[in-house]
Design a binder for this molecule. Sequence first.
Ligand code: F6R
Length: 259
Amino acid sequence: MRVLICQDAETAALRTADQLCDQVQARPDCVLGLATGETMEPVYALLRTRIATRQLNLLQVTTFNLDEYVGLPKGHPESYRATMQRLLFDSAGLPEKQIHLPDGDAPDLVAAAANYEAAIRAAGGIDLQLLGIGENGHIGFNEPTSSLGSRTRVKTLTQSTRKANARFFSNNGEAPLFAITMGIATVLDARCCILLATGPKKAAAIAAAIEGPVSAVCPASALQLHPAATIILDPEAATELKLQSYYKTVHPSGGDALF
Ligand code: F6R
């Protein structure tokens, strides 16, 4: 696990965007796993700028988002599909057939989940998976006690997640109770995972994920099992890490390892 503690949240987003751009440069037709949430917004803003200035071309990539709410009609402004269109897909000019999100509006959600897994396999698997983390340690919408062997399926959201996400809903009302999300095993299948966390609210979850036991109680701790996981942090998200000074020695200023 590479733990990069950057000088501030801006630098952490920059480092995340750089890693994604490096992946696309190495393989323009790569498969990207994408996340939504406030933490990712500065990353997508950087990508939009790079697309506008022709430093980045996403036209050949295939994307799979981690999750989608259940029961929001297609085109609902707070759906993750609409959010991703606004934040990235419209600027990237990505052809529709290369964009994938779980279908939270499907009449048969079990079949939709199985189809999503099949589509990821058919695309050759995910090269790089972007992740945020919930205050309760969730990745995607794999809430605490999600099986570490889980695959794409419907999950019931916890009250704390619904409360945290209520801010995205225009009436500041309720976030939906259910979501369809890649499972933890689905995430671990990605060839490379990058988790970005910023701000003090994420400090406890980050400490549990990196330095706690591998446990379904903290789904992000499953990344300890991944051979190529990078955790990118700002100082606030890193405050509860006991081995902070070690991580800073290995990756000075959150940069490349000395060795
Ligand atoms: C969303 C997702 C979630 C978020 C997490 C953090 O696609 O997968 O796991 O990454 O809830 O959200 P923010 O960044 O809003 O704190």
